[in-house]
Ligand binder design. Structure first.
Ligand code: ADP
Length: 453
């Protein structure tokens, strides 16, 4: 439209130029003829020649002005097109046209660079690992990046209605500065979020960082330190109490001294077990990212562990039935850690199993069990004890989690045995499955991957 208008407006200018060029010779020839200084015929001929030259030059200039108008138009247009005709015929206009063409090329290059930069910015925002929402001036979501779609879908109402976020939006609008707030969303799943409202003059962006995992790890750490201190403080307080009694009231009571020393030894051993388990746990955690390097044939290891538990089995009048095929595939393993894993499972089976009960240890290639990948071995430890209520099962591998605190303490438990089992299984890239029926017994099944050939 604009180009058509420009071309049209350039022609009258050219016409005016032609007329102006033709007007002066017309006036001169008119005066010369009317004063008789020139015959009318040669006068008319000379005027005609001058007028034709003026008209021709005016036509050329008109065409060049039209071409120039199109070039200027192309300079303004937001596309990369050049007008079809760029050649200018009038000498002065030609160099001017070349300058405009250079300007158009520079402008097109600048626009292409701007477009690439905008596309890169958009791709960056689209691929940000954190959810990013764009709000229009009315506060409605008009854009969301891929991670916002996967985190919230199109359901951002709960987030946008949150009082903390509304306060942040109001503050950001007032100060034109980014505002960050912590938000807890209860639905559809509880989430701890940090939302940063970023006003950019007109639209507003909300960058959301999910802190749920981080905060639960922080909480777990704090709980772990509190629990560890508590586990050590109790026996320590008892030791201090007995030492004071032995120094004071029981200083001369040999019989009481013997009894107290027995209890003190028990408490000291309990502290020693907790410290040993804490150290094992931390060592396993440190190595957890490195896969084990040894290649282990499990049957002799399991036999050795069972032989070592013989005194405990006798004390509980329990029996172990072992069914381990001699051709069990070898597994990548850390022998010390697997020793600890199976010792803890068997130790628990004896501790929490029935007195005089039967414990079954079975091992087999995993091919027959649909729950696991076939390329591995399964080792199960099953007891016929009281079993575990279903609600406790998901939490058994948490540090210091015990179903029955009194029973665990009475049998010398630290509450860390199954946490160690879980971390050893993780380090071996395996899986642990706990199944239990109250009154029937509990089965711990460990799947360990074999070397992929
Ligand atoms: P603990 O040192 O207390 O035995 P664990 O981490 O080994 O700690 O086990 C955690 C809890 O799981 C135990 O306190 C016990 O209540 C329960 N538990 C573990 N193994 C068994 C089992 N075979 N039968 C019944 N309960 C078990």
């Amino acid at each position: 439209m604009r180009e058509a208008r420009l071309s049209r407006s350039s022609w009258p200018a050219a016409l005016a130029f032609m007329l102006a060029l033709g007007a002066l010779p017309t006036l001169i020839f008119g005066l010369l003829v009317s004063f008789g200084a020139l015959d009318w015929l040669p006068g008319l001929l000379s005027w005609g020649i001058c007028a034709i030259v003026a008209l021709g030059f005016g036509a050329l200039l008109g065409r060049d002005i039209t071409v120039m108008a199109r070039l200027v138009n192309a300079l303004r247009a937001d596309d990369d097109k050049m007008p079809p005709e760029t050649v200018l015929l009038v000498p002065g206009m030609r160099s001017l046209g070349q300058e405009v063409i250079n300007l158009i090329r520079t402008e097109q290059l600048r626009r292409a660079r701007l477009r690439n930069a905008a596309a890169a910015d958009h791709a960056l925002l689209e691929r940000l690992p954190d959810p990013l929402l764009g709000l229009d001036e009315a506060g409605a979501v008009n854009w969301r990046n891929a991670s916002a779609v996967s985190a919230f879908g199109t359901e951002t109402a709960a987030l946008l209605r949150h009082p903390e976020l509304r306060a942040a939006l109001a503050e950001a609008a007032q100060t034109s500065q980014p505002v960050r707030k912590s938000i807890v969303l209860a639905v559809p799943v509880p989430r701890d979020l940090d939302a940063t409202v970023i006003p950019v003059g007109g639209p507003t962006y909300i960058l959301v960082t999910d802190r749920t995992r981080e905060r639960s790890i922080e909480k777990m750490r704090a709980d772990f330190v509190a629990n560890s201190s508590h586990e050590l403080r109790t026996p320590l307080a008892s030791l201090i109490g007995f030492i004071e009694t032995l120094r004071g009231p029981a200083a001369d009571d040999v019989e009481a001294q013997q009894r107290f020393l027995g209890i003190m030894a028990e408490q000291a051993m309990r502290m020693q077990r907790v410290i040993a388990d804490l150290l094992s746990l931390s060592r396993i955690e440190i190595s957890e990212h490195q896969p084990p390097e040894e290649i282990l044939f499990l049957p002799p290891l399991l036999e050795r562990i069972i032989a070592g538990l013989e005194p405990m089995l006798k004390a509980n009048a329990a029996h172990i039935d072992v069914a381990i095929p001699k051709d069990l595939p070898r597994v990548p393993a850390d022998t010390d850690q697997l020793t600890q894993l199976f010792t803890n499972l068997l130790d628990n089976a004896i501790k929490y199993g029935k007195r005089g009960g039967r414990i079954k240890v079975t091992a087999a290639p995993a091919a027959g069990d649909q729950r696991f990948e076939p390329a591995g071995v399964l080792i199960s430890v099953a007891d016929d004890g009281a079993g575990i209520a279903r609600e406790h099962i998901p939490r058994l591998t948490e540090r210091f989690y015990r179903v029955d605190k009194g029973r665990s303490r009475a049998v010398g438990g630290t509450g860390l045995g199954l946490a160690i089992v879980k971390h050893v299984v993780n380090r071996h890239r395996g899986r642990l499955v706990i199944e239990s029926i109250e009154g029937v017994g509990t089965t711990f099944t460990v799947w360990l991957p074999i070397l992929s050939s």
